[in-house]
Unconditional design. Structure first.
Lengths: 155, 155, 155, 155, 155
């Protein structure tokens, strides 16, 4: 049985994050990939919902968030919609947002994109194909975008 | 087959943004246009929803946002409603909001209006008529309102 | 054919804004008016929804917002509910909120109330009885509460 | 005919506000009271919804809000849920939240609790049993928690 | 009759909070436990909803919130989703979020985790198995994470 995973990204992003996700998902021979591109992050939720209603098992909603206050408000609205789409479909949408304010410079921003998209593409696959793999890492301080924080060690 | 696109704007805006959208959409002979005007931006969501329930394939929700904090709160509430309307109809509503705080002066504000409305009118058409055209621009740093940021170039 | 319009106001307001709305609506012989009063602004949304479900074609949700930060949060929650009620009923609810922080003093606050309620009562009527009249004013910088801003004039 | 009113409060609150509400409701012989206690304010919405789905005509959602920023965020989330529960049931839930930041000291906080809970318990009863009584006080500057502001007097 | 309680936690957390919840729930012989682990806190709501739709009587949604502003926004979005999932299922989801900003250091953070998770695991059990036990503590200033505040004492 194959798993159908939707990859939705934007023309707004300055990095082709959708292709990064697809490259990771293609490592799994039982993953079928559907890609859709929308203009901006507020268009992700309904695009994901349509894919999930159409048979996808999970989606990645991938966006780059500009540096201004209005961009942050947009990101919040986009994520609220992604939340609603999940509850309406009973399926996971992993929100993969990279905020320009997280990065020191473009190189750093690019590295965050690669790290976060790749790890969350694997997470999306595991959520539908092998959730037990995630359970093994409960409370392990996993991070997407930077190195893992790791589990807390109390002396 | 024709595509039916709703254009909803406000009497609050100081620029006739709805007509700018229609001018762009009329370049596409297979686009049928329905225009509705409401008082303010918080009235856009239900007006769009009614158009989408009535057969429109996509909508443009067009507004100008005043400079005060209360205006920004209104814009957030309006966008939350537009998000909900999309999820309830499984159709795209492109939110085309121009904020007075984005502009240096009225001329600049007008230019942002023309640029953003025109580009998003094309985006609305492409979303329903030719989504593959958007996919070609995934991650290309497209902007509406100003010049494109373009894709990131890492040396 | 008559249009049934709901007027919902609060006991919290310090001005009888509901009566101001009714005075304006009564100028239109084809408007049937139903009035309901609730304690505060967070009670408006469900009261409007009940009226719309019960046959009203549109509603006015009328409130005065106190000057404290908690009042603003309440207003935001109230407006989110009004947005939801519109999407659930496919009918317009015009949110007519007057914030104490908008005014210099009580006289100014009263004038804003009269201006905003009266103009939005007419808007509510036009939305259901004569939407073409609103279309004529698209982008004309209409305001409720103060004088119109008017359309932008670029030299 | 009797009116069934739900009283939902929390173990978090430092005052037994639910009992204050019940004491007021018991003055009305046609009010049947159902009480439920949940851990915190974010648990109120679904508890109220279950009561309303189960036959209650209205609910009081009663909470005390701690003094920290995170408490205020919780209160906002709780109120958003209460708003949603009202729209889903077409019934009123009066949100009776007392914020520690409103009070100068514990005695003051207690007085606010008594005043707000008592008045809103009456409001909940009137909303279902005698809404005309609320209509008489439209725009009269009624307050819960402190003395009424009263109607505006313009000289 | 047994009670089925879902425990949903994250790989993001730096403490295995899910296991702490299970340890507490296992003290009750009539509690059946289902555990699911998701990547981050915004994935909790739909995971809980799926468990509740699948027969769980209540859920614990357990997360650790990072110290940055973006983490707080995520937590707010996650809690809004948890609220929605409760209203859609008519079942309780106890949100058990521990914020890094609450703690002075890692040891303190760990102690908060143990205290909050344990107490809320008991609360989840009581909500479905013995709600009368919660009613006894109405207004008693119960806290999860720190010592109880206790009921207010007015001299």
């Amino acid at each position: 049985m194959n798993y159908k995973i939707g990859v939705v990204d934007t023309t707004f992003a300055r990095v082709d994050m959708g292709s990064l996700a697809i490259r990771e998902l293609e490592k799994h021979s039982d993953a079928d990939i559907v890609r859709v591109t929308v203009p901006g992050m507020k268009d992700l939720a309904v695009a994901c919902k349509k894919l999930l209603d159409g048979g996808c098992d999970a989606c990645l909603a991938i966006a780059m968030v500009g540096p201004h206050r209005l961009d942050e408000t947009c990101a919040h609205e986009a994520n609220a919609g992604i939340m609603g789409a999940q509850l309406m479909t009973n399926k996971h949408i992993l929100s993969v947002f990279v905020h320009e304010v997280e990065a020191d410079n473009d190189k750093d921003l690019y590295d965050i994109c690669v790290n976060r998209v790749t790890k969350h593409a694997l997470n999306a696959y595991l959520l539908v194909a092998n959730p037990g793999e995630l359970a093994k890492n409960a409370g392990m301080g996993k991070r997407q975008g930077r190195a893992d924080a790791g589990p807390m060690v109390i002396e």
